[in-house]
Design a protein around this ligand. Structure first.
Ligand SMILES: C[S@@+](CC[C@H](N)C(=O)[O-])C[C@H]1O[C@@H](n2cnc3c(N)ncnc32)[C@H](O)[C@@H]1O
Length: 301
């Protein structure tokens, strides 16, 4: 029986840009994964109660309905994270971080995929955003970390720093990434501890992958630890994903919810400025949407 929860969310939040979600899977990849996960899959959560109780906390806030409505009509997401009254307790439950395919992520990513996971206009929009947000190329002492990286980081052409570290799950992809000066293969869902010193990085990026993190608060706390005071974390995402590997709260909600979810990660990890959202979608409704949720480590933290 179909769950009512996604419908409720569609009515209340709807996808900000109505281009249908597209899975990054080819049919063959999907069928392999389904076969692989058939015996491993855990019972899927009953999203109805969990999701509604989570979002109800926001919907009860006087401004929430109008925020979501105006975000939808004006095509702007930035208001979603303005003046949020976050619940005192972390509002997510363990079930929210379950995936359809709970088999090892290392196995899922064992073969390299030399593909792009969003379309060219979305990539161009992200690169343009980076151009404005990043410290100038070749600034002495500046270091960047690209988490959940692959063979490409979408940084501006020719962008260089003494240190650009990459983390991901496929060594062949990371080795082929021209912008990285070093890389680490590490499954953040089994080991969320980042293998870097405190206060190491000026910028952390994560492109279309925050939805795969099953221990996001631990990872965001670690991002806070390795960022320099005032350092910026830039989480970007679209409406595409390997859905069997994305967490349940992500696959059962829409774009505006995803902004709120990533904002919540910053908030509940602690030590960050209030997160902000930006819609950098290049051609709303015609190419992949692209959203950014970003925050800085508090200068005093
Ligand atoms: C959709 S791809 C995006 C890759 C890259 N950021 C890009 O934009 O092309 C998802 C990436 O997330 C990384 N990833 C997925 N699950 C992960 C995990 N458990 N630990 C660390 N990285 C993970 C994989 O290495 C993979 O490259």
């Amino acid at each position: 029986m179909a769950n009512r929860f996604p419908n409720i969310l569609q009515n209340k939040f709807s996808s900000l840009h109505p281009k249908p979600s597209i899975s990054c899977f080819t049919g063959a990849q999907l069928s392999t994964t389904l076969k692989r996960s058939r015996n491993l899959r855990v019972p899927r959560r009953l999203v109805l109660g969990i999701g509604v109780s989570f979002w109800a906390q926001f919907m009860n806030m006087s401004a929430s309905n109008s925020i979501i409505a105006s975000a939808r009509t004006k095509g702007s997401v930035q208001q979603i994270l303005e003046n949020v009254e976050w619940p005192e307790q972390f509002p997510f439950k363990d079930e929210d971080f379950q995936r359809f395919d709970e088999s090892s992520d290392l196995v899922f990513y064992e073969s390299p995929r030399f593909v792009t996971h969003i379309d060219d206009p979305a990539i161009a929009a992200l690169t343009k955003y980076y151009k404005e947000a990043f410290p100038p190329s070749n600034t002495p002492g500046v270091a960047l970390l690209d988490m959940c990286s692959s063979w490409v980081s979408h940084f501006p052409v020719g962008y260089k720093q003494e240190r650009i570290a990459g983390m991901g799950l496929n060594e062949e992809e990371l080795k082929a990434n021209k912008v990285l000066t070093e890389y680490v293969v590490q499954d953040l869902n089994t080991n969320p501890k980042l293998p870097f010193e405190d206060n190491s990085f000026d910028v952390i990026t994560n492109v279309v992958s925050v939805d795969y993190l099953t221990k996001p608060i631990q990872v965001f706390k670690e991002m806070h630890r390795v960022l320099k005071p005032g350092g910026k974390a830039i989480m970007s995402f679209s409406n595409r994903c390997f859905w069997t590997k994305a967490i349940s709260i992500w696959t059962s909600t829409g774009d505006a919810d995803h902004v709120m979810i990533v904002g919540a990660y910053f908030h509940y990890a602690g030590g960050f400025e209030p997160p902000q959202a930006v819609d950098i979608s290049p051609n709303p409704g015609r190419s992949d949407p692209m959203y950014i949720v970003h925050s800085r480590k508090l200068a005093t933290a």
